[in-house]
Design a binder for this molecule. Structure first.
Ligand code: PLP
Length: 400
């Protein structure tokens, strides 16, 4: 019979995928759930992007492409990244895959051996540690609490680097906190990395377009040009263009690393969907007003969510500068008792209580490696956010 490989038993299923499945299950049972777990834009893919996909199908672009994608997509990515960061990349420095997620996975697959360490600041996107473990590496988690604004400090980075460090993973804007590193903060981290030439950086900038500050979110490739030959910058069309289901992400980095990733991709998937490639090229080169409209909507929802949550006695969160999440401190609820008599011992208990008592679904901070917090998403309607905040308020008041 089947015996799972050790790489499978070493990892767990994605907490956000599980949370989404739980919400679907409860809804199927007829429960009405206020879902604040959503990890994807609630907007539809823009019409001109869909039309580009249809046109590609009709033109017969329905076959395998090169591992590195169609020339149209490659040039769209290179142009987009140059206009956003000022960084120019060559044709041999690009990899594309079925989502940024797959780029990150294959980057670890292409570079990690047993004993290699990957520094991951917490709270982190749920998948990083398991992706490292699945590829034989060792995650090294650095807790970055609200006292450091959930950001990795140069001192904490310096203290975590060992001769075995292969990668630092940075995610800005961040899932789950929405914090965005400033250019100065990135430069300070780069100064530490300059002393440790064996450390590469995977910078996950998938939320870069969803930024509430002025100008653009800072990018490591712009802030640290001297490190360019050891930075893998990962991005994709999922979040900015509401294209999560199209599965198209990309990575730009040193040619040798990219060649290894592409070699693996040639054995894993040959190439992402040709139709999604056409759609992604249209998204990157077409009218960008969709992105600005989404950001305005997210900003309004963020303001409502943050104001509402901070008005709840005992809960607190800072206003995120990017992405569509807020990370809410719920230490006040720990140690309290529910009306049903259950003791809330940690943020997982609290989140279960919110689901049972208030029909609100959020994700516990422990899933992201830093409790006691919970993550709410504001990639949902203002109405849902307001209903969620109200229900959470009631549930918190009912605790003893
Ligand atoms: N990186 C982060 C931080 C994310 O939150 C997500 C999606 O939730 C991804 C990467 C994956 O994006 P994609 O849809 O391109 O695989």
């Amino acid at each position: 019979g089947y015996q799972p490989a050790s790489r499978v038993t070493r990892i767990k299923e994605s907490a956000s995928v599980l949370a989404a499945a739980r919400v679907r299950e409860l809804k199927a049972q007829g429960r009405s759930i206020i879902d604040l777990t959503v990890g994807e834009p609630d907007f539809d893919t823009p019409e001109h992007v869909k039309q580009a996909a249809i046109a590609a199908m009709e033109a017969g672009e329905t076959k395998y492409t090169s591992v590195t994608g169609t020339p149209k997509l490659r040039s769209a990515i290179l142009q987009h990244v140059e206009s956003r960061t000022g960084a120019t990349y060559g044709e041999n420095q690009i990899t594309i895959a079925g989502g940024a997620k797959q780029v990150i996975f294959t980057a670890f697959m292409a570079s990690l051996d047993e004993g290699d360490e990957v520094i991951i600041p917490a709270p982190y996107w749920v998948s990083y540690p398991d992706m490292v473990l699945a590829n034989d590496g060792s995650p090294v988690i650095i807790a970055c609490g609200d006292e450091v604004d959930f950001k990795l400090t140069p001192a904490a980075l310096a203290a975590a680097i060992t001769p075995c460090t292969k990668w630092l993973v940075l995610n800005t804007p961040s899932n789950p906190t929405g914090v965005v590193y400033t250019e100065g903060e990135l430069e300070a981290l780069a100064a530490v990395l300059a002393e440790h030439p064996h450390v590469q950086v995977l910078t996950d900038e998938i939320y870069d377009e969803i930024y509430f500050g002025t100008g653009r979110a800072a990018s490591l490739v712009a802030a640290a040009p001297a490190l360019r030959d050891r930075i893998l910058m990962v991005n994709g069309v999922s979040k900015a263009y509401a294209m999560t289901g199209w599965r198209l992400g990309y990575g730009l980095g040193p040619a040798a690393l990219v060649a290894s990733i592409n070699k693996l991709q040639s054995q894993i998937s040959s190439c992402p969907s040709s139709i999604s490639q056409a759609a992604a090229a249209a998204a990157l080169t077409g009218d960008q007003s969709f992105v600005a409209d989404c950001v305005n909507a997210y900003r309004e929802r963020r303001d409502a969510a943050v104001a509402g949550l901070n008005a709840i006695d005992g809960l607190s969160c800072t206003s995120p500068d990017g992405a569509f999440y807020a990370y809410v401190r719920c230490a006040c609820a720990i140690g309290k008792t529910t009306p049903g008599g259950a003791l809330i011992e940690d943020d997982q208990d609290f989140v279960l209580y919110l689901l049972d008592a208030a029909s609100v679904a959020v994700i516990p901070g422990s899933a992201y490696g830093l409790g006691p917090y919970f993550r709410i998403s504001f990639a949902t309607s203002l109405e849902t956010i307001k209903a969620g905040v109200e229900a959470i308020d009631k549930a918190v008041r009912a605790l003893n």
